[in-house]
Design a protein around this ligand. Sequence first.
Ligand code: GTP
Length: 424
Amino acid sequence: MAIIRYKNLTTSVKTLSQIVQSPIQLRFIRTLHSFVSREPIPPNFHNNNNNNINSYYGSFRYMSSSPTHIVDEEPNVDNRVPATIITGFLGSGKTTLLNHILTSQHGKRIAVIENEFGEVDIDGSLVASHSSVSEDIIMVNNGCLCCTVRGDLVKMLLELVRKKRDNFDHIVIETTGLAKPAPVIETFYSDELVSEYVKLDGVVTLVDCKHAMQHLNEVKPRFVVNEAVEQVAYADRIIMNKIDLVSESELNILTKKIKNINGMAQIKQAKFGSVDMDFVLGVGGYDLQRIESEVDGECLSPASHSDDSGHGHKGHHHHHHDHVHDSAVSSVSIVAEGTLDRDEVEDWLERLIEEKGEDLYRMKGVLSVDGSEQRYVFQGVHSMLDDCPGKTWEPNEKRINKLVFIGRNLDETSLRKGFKGCLI
Ligand SMILES: Nc1nc2c(ncn2[C@@H]2O[C@H](COP(=O)(O)OP(=O)(O)OP(=O)(O)O)[C@@H](O)[C@H]2O)c(=O)[nH]1
């Protein structure tokens, strides 16, 4: 069972009565986030095949009728519809990728939520002219998805699942070039109805290889976030787009820069957003069952730490610091053999999110804890922490713990100290 904990215990206690039981028995505790008023979803919404809906905001075009979706009613099967967030700086190629998704043969019926500043939905017409027949496209024109229209996003997601669930298999949300991903991600956790019916599949960030370095290095005034950095930091998948416009050495420098910010995401280079669909759809970025393969990826594989190799893994750690530019957002990864005291781990992680939740963008880990033959798997976004037992350790398998943290002003020394304090 996956449990989502929040740092604000008072809030949790206050709202225990509002715990929602989702199809995968995910216990959800509502936080202090602002909520928008909305109509309740009728219990039989799955069977509601009404094609005449209008979105609350902006134009809505329903582009096809589709075969009836068969809903698996088995208990413990996660029937929630996956949603992918596409983000990236202005002009990085988000619409180009979206068109690629909509015209590729992946067998999925996609509902699209887009938002653009201004009155004219230029991107909407671009997408529409390219898209195949089975997409829903909703435009949000009233501002940036991450701030003013977040409530609208909730409404639209609910509207989609309530009225048109039978007509799509996946939702793709294209954010404006300036959108900060965090509030959009939080929508999937902080709104109990959304989290009950929609699961966040992953954040895909487009990087314009020609201009990214300039944006990533831009020094912002105090308390002003650098959106380009944030978009890279929150990504599960990064598409380094427009590689036709840069040299090999420029690419290498940029790749290093990106890995310094986000040592967790898988990265692919592309021209015109042309990547395999399984790189962007069905990535399971927030799926505890898949954390292990994620942290086992290139970023945390022992081979990637050639500077320390040959000394075994014990106490092995790595900090993706950018020493050229003092970017406040970076990754810290820890790879170390040993077994941890489970209570200490839970205390440590909870303390961490309580004290540093604001600055901890993402964290993931696979740990060996005492008294368990199974891996202890966790993932977190800010002050949300989600954990569950993972795969069983083989009898003679080296118990190597792998953790990765992405955040602002991460204190590597204290993270390592915290980790070591849990070792038995
Ligand atoms: N040379 C080159 N141009 C590209 C590539 N990918 C996209 N473009 C072009 O870059 C421009 C911007 O691409 P879009 O897909 O509209 O970018 P976007 O991120 O949706 O842009 P905004 O919505 O303004 O944030 C378009 O003219 C694309 O044709 C690429 O790999 N190479």
